[in-house]
Each structure stands twice: as structure tokens, then as C-alpha cells.
Design a protein around this ligand. Structure first.
Ligand code: UDX
Length: 438
């Protein structure tokens, strides 16, 4: 099928490449000329495992092209809207400027029966407004809402083989049937593999996405709240998580206590959900999400406090080796990263922070040139007064206590992701401090 993808940021670039990989003929459109130039020659603009390979093969085959001109979307049967919905400045609400702008600019190039598919994460009610916009312009195009659940680091796999597909379809039965037929054709390989499909209305589709992210954020903050209780009782939150996680109704995933969640989705999505619920007069229904956010931010502070405490009350002038900058492993994304926040706070307290990360240094440096960065782990560790692990990359999870002990000045480590073998570190003469652990 001929598809266009409007917006080639994280979501759009991966979606465009994945759709081309599935055999569709795809044009990706974005206003950012530099990004389009990179993508056109098959270069991924960010670190994402598997993306460079599919980008290179699809651009070389001619199945995937990129452009800055919206008119190049003309002739595609289906148009995906994959632009960003960032947090508005000075507010919790989502900024819909790009979504509204993308649809408005696409309208002149839409043909009768074209399908416009929203993938961006939006406040509930947005699809209805966009459908009205399309109808008022007399385009004859149909709108569907098909939220995306991809995780950074697993984005290609999540797009090609999703857990589930959600189709938010229009009320008109004829339009809904046309939209469903087109979506089924686009996703035929996932459907053949047995991926479940939830066929629903716009509002439900929009809410599935925000409520899924709200639930995940709540699960993380729940275990982090238990970590706070563990800290004043001598309990161990990692054992607690293992024990409650064995209850199949609860499950162990997303019960990793530590410095909490970050990234381009969970923090902004729970805030936008709160703002939207308040607009709808239902603020009390999701008031707990403010607690979820507050607990999450407290855990970064706790990692900083623990570091200060472990150094006897001050980090001033001390060398702090910070392991990790990305908001999570397998990503170079530092948006709202707890790791970067901890590094910046420690620097603010007068520490000489030397941070290292396998992929995120360049992005972190753009935002915080005041920090010192080391490309090599051993340079970060050399003569450090304390080590603070804040992103659980493989190489940090498997940090050898004896080897690292030979490099640092003091064998003190704060494990902000509870991912190290505490016993092995203690056996090698380290003072080990985890979050929510004795
Ligand atoms: C998330 C959703 O998982 C995805 O479905 C949605 O489409 C976009 O938002 P992503 O932001 O890529 O994806 O990351 P995710 O793997 O969900 O992790 C989010 C944050 O939670 C990370 O900072 C991670 O370190 C943190 N986290 C995760 C924990 O602190 N503890 C855990 O147990 C799990």
C-alpha cells in the first residue's frame, strides 16, 4: 500500500521504516530539513537497536522515501499522523499545535476515501475534533485512531510485532468498515501472526494509550512508595517486589524500584491526563497521578541524599562517578531522565561529576555542558570518591566489584537501579547502598 507518515521524530521514523520493511511504499514527511536529509540516506537520527538496518535496506530499495514537502503525501491511500504532543510550557496540558497543524496542512492533499490515522498520544476528545475538521473541509477522508505502544529500545520489534492493535473507528458504519479494511491490510503480517485487535470508538482508543501509560507509571511509583517505607523499617524492597510479583495478578514487571521513570512519554503523559481530566470535570478520578508524579520525583532526590549521606554529609569537591545518563538502557534519550537529573543535582551541590553512558553522552552534553563526561567507564571510575549507578546498562549491571574497586579512591556505591549484586560488592570491601534496601 502507499502510505505517508507525517512527523519523523521517534515514533514516525520508526513507523515509516517498519511499514516499509513490511513491504509498503512509504513517504515520511517532516519539516526538519536536517533530519530528512539524514533519513533519506538511511541514517537513523537517534540510537535505536535494529533501526539502522531496516532504514538502510528500505531506503536503498526505494520503498521508503523522505521529504519536507507535505504535497508529497498526495497519492498515498493512508496517512499516519505521528507528530509530537509535548507538554505545554507552564502547564501540564499537551500541546496540540503540531497535531492540528499536520492535519490542517494535509487537508489540501487528501483524496476522497483516503484514511488519516492518528498515532500520536493525545488528550481524549482530540480525534473527534480532527474528524470534524476533515469533514468541514469537505475532504471525504476518514479518520481512525490507532495508538502506538512502542517502547524505546524495542521500538522496531514493538512496531512490527505489537502486543495488540487498537482501532478507534468513526461512528458511521460504512466509514468504519472502510477504515478497518485498510488497517487490516496494513497490519496483515501482525494479524496473520495472531495479534489481538480491539475495534472501538475514538475516545476509547485515545484513552487506552494514556491509561496504559498511567498504569505503568503507577506500578513503578507504587513500588517506589514501598521503597520509602522499606527505608524506615529496614525492609528490602527488591525482595518485597519478588514476593508480591509472584502473584500472577500483580506480576514482577515494572516493579523495579529505583530512581524512577523518565523519558518522553510516561512523565508528560500522566501530567497531560491529569490536565485533561480536570478540563472534563473529573480531576478527582486521576488525582492519584499527582502522587505518582511526586513519588517519582522524590526518588531522584533520595538518590542524591543517599550520595551526600554516604560521603559523610557533603559532596563538595568530591569526584562522583555517575554511571548512566539515558532515561533507560538501550536508548540515547535523556528527556526527563532521572539519571541526568541526579548528575545535575550533584553537580549543583559542588561535586565534580564525571558521567558516563554508552550512547547518551552527546545528548546529555547538549543540555548540560557543565558536567564532565567520560567515554570510558574506567575514566569515570578512576579515583572516584563515590560511584552512583543510575541507568542499568548491561555493562553497569555486570560491573566487576574487584576490578572497579581497584580504580576508585573509595569503595562506596549507590545503586540507583537496585541492579547490582549487593553481597558481591560488600564481599569486596564496598559500602553498598541501594534504594529501599537496608
Ligand atoms: C513507555 C511505555 O512502556 C510504552 O508502551 C509507551 O508507548 C511509551 O512509554 P518508554 O518510555 O520507552 O515506553 O519506556 P519504559 O520501558 O516503559 O520505561 C519507562 C521508564 O520507567 C524508564 O525510565 C525506566 O527506567 C522506568 N522503569 C521501568 C522503572 O523505574 N522501573 C521499572 O520496573 C520499569
Amino acid at each position: 500500500m502507499k502510505l505517508s507518515v507525517i512527523g519523523c521524530g521517534y515514533l514516525g521514523a520508526v513507523h515509516a521504516a517498519a511499514m516499509a520493511e513490511l513491504g509498503h511504499d512509504v513517504i515520511g514527511i517532516d519539516i526538519d530539513r536536517a533530519r530528512i536529509d539524514e533519513l533519506s540516506v538511511g541514517n537513523a537520527p537517534f540510537f535505536e537497536p535494529g533501526l539502522p538496518e531496516i532504514l538502510a535496506s528500505a531506503t536503498a530499495s526505494g520503498r521508503l522515501r523522505f521529504s519536507t514537502r507535505m504535497e508529497d503525501a498526495a497519492g498515498s491511500q493512508v496517512h499516519f499522523i505521528a507528530v509530537g504532543t509535548p507538554q505545554k510550557k507552564g502547564s501540564y496540558a499537551a500541546d496540540l499545535t503540531y497535531v492540528n497543524g499536520a492535519v490542517r496542512d494535509l487537508i489540501p492533499f487528501l483524496g476522497e476515501g483516503d484514511l488519516v490515522v492518528g498515532k500520536s498520544t493525545v488528550p481524549v476528545g482530540t480525534a473527534e475534533t480532527l474528524a470534524t475538521m476533515l469533514a468541514a473541509a469537505g475532504t471525504g477522508a476518514i479518520l481512525a485512531w490507532n495508538p502506538e505502544f512502542l517502547r524505546e529500545g524495542f521500538a522496531v520489534k514493538d512496531t512490527i510485532s505489537p502486543d495488540r492493535l487498537v482501532y478507534g473507528l468513526p461512528a458511521s458504519q460504512t466509514a468504519a468498515a472502510t477504515a478497518k479494511t485498510l488497517l487490516d491490510e496494513i497490519y496483515s503480517s501482525a494479524l496473520d501472526a495472531g495479534t489481538p485487535v480491539i475495534v472501538t470508538d475514538y475516545a476509547t482508543a485515545e484513552l487506552v494509550k494514556v491509561s496504559a501509560n498511567a498504569f505503568l507509571a503507577t506500578k513503578i511509583s507504587f513500588i517506589n512508595a514501598m521503597a520509602e517505607i522499606a527505608e524506615v523499617t529496614g525492609a528490602d524492597v527488591t525482595q518485597l517486589a519478588d514476593a508480591i510479583g509472584l502473584d500472577a495478578r500483580i506480576g514482577r514487571r515494572f516493579l523495579g524500584a529505583g530512581v524512577g521513570f523518565g523519558g518522553g512519554c510516561l512523565p508528560k503523559d500522566i501530567r497531560a491526563f491529569t490536565a485533561r481530566a480536570e478540563e472534563l470535570g473529573r480531576g478527582e478520578s486521576v488525582a492519584f497521578l499527582k502522587e505518582v508524579d511526586a513519588i517519582n520525583l522524590r526518588r531522584r532526590q533520595r538518590a542524591v541524599d543517599l550520595t551526600v549521606e554516604a560521603l559523610g554529609g557533603s559532596v563538595f569537591g568530591k569526584k562522583v562517578a555517575v554511571l548512566g545518563l539515558a532515561f533507560k538502557p538501550y536508548s540515547d534519550d535523556v528527556r526527563d531522565s532521572p539519571a541526568l537529573d541526579v548528575a545535575v543535582q550533584l553537580r549543583g551541590l559542588g561535586a565534580r561529576v564525571v558521567a558516563t553512558d554508552p550512547h547518551a553522552i552527546a545528548n546529555a552534553r547538549k543540555l548540560h555542558p557543565q558536567l564532565d563526561y567520560a567515554e570510558k567507564l574506567e575514566d569515570a571510575l578512576a579515583d572516584a570518591d563515590i560511584v552512583v549507578l543510575v541507568t542499568e546498562w548491561e555493562q553497569f549491571r555486570h560491573l566487576d566489584a574487584v576490578w572497579a574497586g581497584g580504580l576508585v579512591k573509595n569503595r562506596i556505591i549507590v545503586d540507583g537501579r537496585n541492579c547490582l549484586d549487593a553481597a558481591a560488592f560488600r564481599a569486596s570491601g564496598w559500602t553498598y547502598r541501594g534504594l529501599g534496601r537496608p
